[in-house]
Ligand binder design. Sequence first.
Ligand SMILES: [Zn+2]
Length: 252
Amino acid sequence: MNAKNPSRGSDIRPLVAKLVLLQETELEIRRLSHELGGVDRRLAELEAGLREEQKALDIVRERLQEIGARNRSLESDLKDIQARIERSQEKLRSVKTNKEYQSGLKEIEDLKAMAARVEDEMLALLEESEAAQRDGKEREAALKTRAAEVEAEKTTVLAEAQGWRNRLADLERRSRELSVEVPETVLARYRRVQAVKKDGVAVAPVSGAVCRGCNVNIPPQMYNELQRMDRLQNCPNCERIIFWKEEEDRSE
Ligand SMILES: [Zn+2]
């Protein structure tokens, strides 16, 4: 019946096929570009993870240095205190009065208490230092393993990205070739819709009277016209260029 319609224009099937192919090519370009954008993010994540682990190790090492410095200072304090104790004991042997003797004893007692406090701190530092050394060794080993893993993953990611870049270059060439084969006015119409669609889909099939771009029903009159496949139409709802998808209609 449609074949006899006097208003019938040229068969748009080859043009629709070309537009669909152009769109498939460009959607693949979008997808690959997105993947390539993810590559830089992934590489940055890998580096950041490694830096975090390095930072944690640096903190442990810094603490070990602090402990070392504090310990040296305490050792020197302890030597001083011990020297003072010896001097006080020396002095004690030559005191004249009981009062002087008592005060000398008290001085030695205080100095010994001071020395004990220093020794307690040194002991605590020794324990902390041993724990920090164990922690540092574990972190160092983990970091070495992680660095090797990151290096391997970076190599894989970069190789994959190179594959995508090659494929992207092919697709871009293909897209340029196809664009040239589509009449300028149709291409402009396609580009206009494409520019406002977030999913990049400018051409959508209609099957079962439903636009597959927006899943909204096509008015019956328009659906009848669509089936003639003699001119391009736009979906009244989503504005996409629509075409009747014969195969699916028949299978229903
Ligand atoms: Zn639609």
